[in-house]
Design a protein around this ligand. Structure first.
Ligand code: AMP
Length: 410
């Protein structure tokens, strides 16, 4: 029996799912796990398909540099997986890679040439791409013959029309790939696929998907095709996020540079790590913590202002995507906040009542929401739990079976 490993690697954490391929069309999950605290206090945990604990390990405070530490941790997990797999063969590993640039619009077998191109894209997303690429290097060292496949967060958006990809700066920049790309594509692909099964009407219609997690973005999907999104050149644009600022007047950055003498690294830290919900509230980047703080502190003003801004920006950006779509048939909420925060969904839906949205308050608060609009609502509103690993698995199997053509590089 063959197995496939799916890795979703971020700057300080790494999630994995392990699947057994039963035949060309079916696979079952064998295990999944999480490595977190890379660079601080690493902790690894894995469970089997029934949720039974398989392994748990902590390393205490990190004593080596992040790069070596990460290599050591990935090696540890690889050895654990080899043991766990026993007689089964690891056929391929698929990596979630944040940026595929203009070239990679399909899952792609990782070769030296591909890695070089992905490295070229690192300056576009310096805080995200290295985390995606690090386990690829470690596994290439350890298992030379293992098939490694990159699944891109940017691919879903390649169907955006040129006008949505362009920034209004001199055209030479567009020609050297400085353009709007969009991210969270694996999540949007999952939602678009799910809609085909659970709501064929929406799958053929005009939908805004709200991926609201620690990172947050919106995507406008028309007949299953992505036509606009709120993140753009980097994952910094668009909505207010946990610690990221979202859309900002570039004049603010010029002011910081000129008047406050901040350099690129300082501004990057400010906009990526100190802004968003955390920056505005001064309390937390985490929605659950903010809500709790607000409850315990009699509607704390800074928490309220952060939450107001978070939902206000979602409402404004949905308006903009509805304009790009030329109308609206449905909204889908997904990711940590979108799936779990009924209060946020209620607020956004009420603010958009003018679009013809009528919220089913009981369904929204049910704890297991699916359709949260009433029968009379002109817009269908749904909550769908995202599953990026499922999309990656499908893409990896497509590559293994030769269904996905590989890009030709020149
Ligand atoms: P993600 O990045 O998709 O894992 O989402 C993380 C965000 O989801 C954090 O801000 C969490 O506080 C938020 N979240 C998770 N569960 C809940 C919940 N039950 N209610 C509100 N927010 C939640």
């Amino acid at each position: 029996m063959d197995a496939i490993l799916v890795l979703n690697s971020g700057s300080s954490s790494m999630k994995f799912s392990l699947f057994e391929i039963e035949d060309e069309h079916t696979s079952k999950q064998l295990a999944c796990g999480l490595l977190e605290g890379i660079g601080t206090e690493p902790y690894f945990k894995a469970v089997n398909a029934e949720g039974k604990l398989l392994v748990e390990k902590s390393w205490g405070k990190a004593s080596v540099g992040t790069h070596q530490e990460r290599e050591h941790l990935v090696s540890y997990i690889d050895e654990w997986l080899e043991n766990f797999l026993g007689e089964k063969t690891l056929r391929a590993v698929g990596h979630r890679v944040v940026h595929g640039g203009a070239k990679y619009i399909q899952p792609t077998i990782i070769t030296d040439e591909v890695l070089l191109e992905l490295e070229r894209l690192t300056p576009f997303v310096p805080l995200h791409q290295p985390g995606s690429l690090a386990p690829i290097y470690t596994l290439r060292k350890k298992r030379k013959d293992l098939l490694q496949i990159a699944c891109f967060d940017t691919s879903f958006h390649h169907t955006m029309p040129d006008v949505a990809k362009r920034l209004a700066i001199p055209r030479r920049y567009f020609d050297s790939d400085i353009r709007r790309y969009g991210f969270h594509g694996l999540s949007y692909q999952y939602i678009a696929d799910q809609l085909k099964h659970i709501s064929p009407k929406l799958a053929k219609g005009r939908v805004v998907v709200a991926h609201l997690g620690n990172g947050a973005s919106l995507c406008a999907i028309k007949e299953g095709i992505g036509i606009e999104t709120t993140m753009s050149f980097t994952a910094l644009d668009g909505l207010v996020m946990g610690t990221r600022c979202g859309r900002i007047d570039p004049g603010v950055l010029l002011y910081m540079m000129r008047e406050q003498n901040l350099n690129a690294d300082q501004i990057s830290d400010l906009l990526y790590r100190q802004s968003g919900l955390l920056g505005v509230s001064g309390i937390s980047n985490d929605m659950r913590e903010l809500r709790q703080f607000q409850r315990e502190n009699n509607d704390s003003l800074p928490a309220k202002e952060a939450l107001d801004l978070f939902s206000y920006r979602i409402v404004c950006e949905i308006g903009s995507l509805v304009a790009a779509l030329g109308g609206l048939d449905g909204i889908v909420f997904t990711a940590g906040i979108g799936e779990n925060d009924a209060e946020l969904r209620e607020r956004v839906c009420h603010s958009l009542a003018w679009l013809g949205i009528e919220l089913d308050v009981a369904a929204n608060n049910s704890g297991k929401p699916e359709v949260i609009s009433t029968k009379n609502s002109q817009i269908e509103v749904r909550v769908i739990r995202t599953n990026e690993e499922q999309v990656m698995l499908k893409e990896i199997i497509g590559v293994i079976n030769g269904v996905v053509a590989q890009p030709v590089l020149n």
